[in-house]
Ligand binder design. Structure first.
Ligand code: PGA
Length: 249
């Protein structure tokens, strides 16, 4: 972990969670052991945003969404606009998650539009980037990451941003990148962000769990984690927060 910014542990529930799960989760959340060093955020599905908003904020957890559409309003059946997310109490929005890129076919051009719309309405995007196993084996990881980060070309300098590096082959697979790989890739991502004039916090994501969190969070250039599966239960999520706190403080 580096610099004076707080690191961020963000939980991405993906398409999981009913009302009862959200109540159990909130009841079991422990206190943030190092709020001055670690920020906690949760991205539940859209259906739980409103109902979880107040209780999460009382526990010091910042709310975020997993996606947004780039138009303001109108005939876009099934879509959610940035103002609706603000209305529900969101600060963050995940953009460009690999599952949306690969399953829904989201393009870098659409992600760029979503970045702009999010900034326009005061949301902080968490821009996800990452290579597939095939791309890593072909040695094109950095090229691919640079291409994904190019959506930030010409972006306003003063708008808030967090980037999450998530190797696609590590998401939901139980495989994690080695610390060497993480340090090397995060250094490249930071360099590229600096070149684009948007150097910001860079999270690591992909099978982060209570067993590996401390080692991953101690890697140079890592300023937090985007956590999927292990964020569904308050206990494992808080263990990751506690691991980050032990490294950060
Ligand atoms: P995972 O998901 O922790 O379940 O691998 C991470 C993510 O997709 O953000």
């Amino acid at each position: 972990m580096s610099g004076s910014t707080r690191c961020l542990i963000a939980g991405n529930w993906k398409m999981n969670g009913l009302v009862q799960d959200s109540k159990d989760f909130i009841a079991q959340l422990r206190e943030n052991p190092a709020a001055e060093h670690v920020e906690i955020a949760l991205m539940p599905p859209f259906t739980l945003l409103h109902s979880m908003s107040k209780a999460l904020s009382q526990k010091g957890v910042v709310l975020g969404a997993q996606n947004v559409y780039y138009e303001d309003k109108g005939a876009f059946t099934g879509s959610i606009c940035p103002m609706m997310l603000r209305d529900a109490g969101c600060h963050y929005v995940i953009l460009g998650h690999s599952e949306r890129r690969s399953i829904i076919g989201e393009s870098n051009a659409q992600i760029r539009s979503k970045l702009n719309a999010s900034w326009l309405h005061g949301l902080e995007p968490i821009l996800c980037i990452g290579e597939t196993l095939e791309q890593r084996e072909q040695g094109v990881t950095n090229h691919l990451l640079a291409e994904q980060l190019a959506v930030l070309k010409g972006a306003p300098k003063d708008k808030p941003l967090t980037v999450a590096y998530e190797p696609v082959w590590a998401i939901g697979t139980g495989k994690t990148a080695t610390p060497e790989m993480v340090v090397e890739t995060h250094a490249f991502v930071h360099e590229e962000l600096q070149r684009l004039g948007k150097d910001c916090r860079v999270l690591y994501g992909g099978s982060v769990n209570p067993g590996n969190a401390k080692e991953l969070m101690a890697c140079k250039g890592v300023e937090g984690a985007l956590v999927g599966g292990a964020s569904l239960k308050a206990d494992s999520f808080m263990q990751i927060v506690e691991a980050a706190a032990s490294v950060a403080s």
